[in-house]
Write a protein that binds this ligand. Sequence first.
Ligand SMILES: NC(=O)C1=CN([C@@H]2O[C@H](COP(=O)(O)OP(=O)(O)OC[C@H]3O[C@@H](n4cnc5c(N)ncnc54)[C@H](OP(=O)(O)O)[C@@H]3O)[C@@H](O)[C@H]2O)C=CC1
Ligand SMILES: O=C(O)C1=N[C@H](C(=O)O)C[C@H](O)C1
Length: 244
Amino acid sequence: MNLLLVGTGRMGTMLRTLVEQEEDLTILAAFHRTNLSDLERTAPPADVIVDFSAPDSLCAVAGYVRRTGTPLVSGTTGYLPQQMDLLRQLGNYAPVLHSANFSIGIAVLRRLAAQAAEVLGDAFDIEIVETHHNQKADAPSGTAKLLLEAVDPGHTYSTVYGREGRSARRFPREIGVHALRGGTVAGAHTVSFFGPQEELHLSHRADNRSIFAAGALRAARLLVSREPGFYALEDLLFPTPHQP
Ligand SMILES: NC(=O)C1=CN([C@@H]2O[C@H](COP(=O)(O)OP(=O)(O)OC[C@H]3O[C@@H](n4cnc5c(N)ncnc54)[C@H](OP(=O)(O)O)[C@@H]3O)[C@@H](O)[C@H]2O)C=CC1
Ligand SMILES: O=C(O)C1=N[C@H](C(=O)O)C[C@H](O)C1
């Protein structure tokens, strides 16, 4: 499989390391801030384009996908809602997968958190805490937003980002989302349910960002044979059985 990479930072470097260990994978070209316009204008079609960069590169990536129909695996986080809409629309041109987290553990955590919220949501207070390395650009993490969506799919709670001040008491039907930054943490997420005299904490911790890169390459292999459309990681990892 021939790949294009967008982003040559921590994740781009990790992807390159893993690709070099796979005989059937080749990186045709890699793009970052200074050569991004080449992607939009002249880069040839590839089997898949894998984007771990920054929201500002989306225009060039979208231009490339529209021009060539190349499948897109996107792991970039921090998109605005209108940028997420643009990504979804790209599904009209090619198979497009966006996930804020490519680890299998987080895919399972999302399901567990959703189940717990269904049972406990009315009686327990829900809080989400995420921890990342001190160079991370966006907060809260894309994964924290995925977990928020999992516990509140109907958007019936209000979200509180951090707490500060003299009138910061918790109200019912709030979900607190809190971001910690420090050191080299690859990514840690906890969804907590605080009830009367009991607590439930569902946690995931990534030891190394190689799990995200490996997950993205696994997803790329699954995506390339799909029809154009916008896919979630779960669509590829846990496809629903065909109904006769
Ligand atoms: N979905 C997942 O599982 C994961 C997602 N991520 C996400 O991936 C993204 C990248 O993370 P990481 O590698 O740690 O970040 P880095 O800061 O290490 O690298 C970012 C890369 O994006 C490039 N870039 C930044 N701004 C632009 C721009 N305006 N146009 C084009 N390229 C740009 C940088 O280029 P230059 O070098 O020229 O500055 C750099 O190559 C983040 O959004 C992060 O949240 C991270 C881990 C896992
Ligand atoms: O920037 C990172 O490092 C990570 N970003 C993703 C996110 O925002 O959720 C995924 C992972 O936790 C690492």
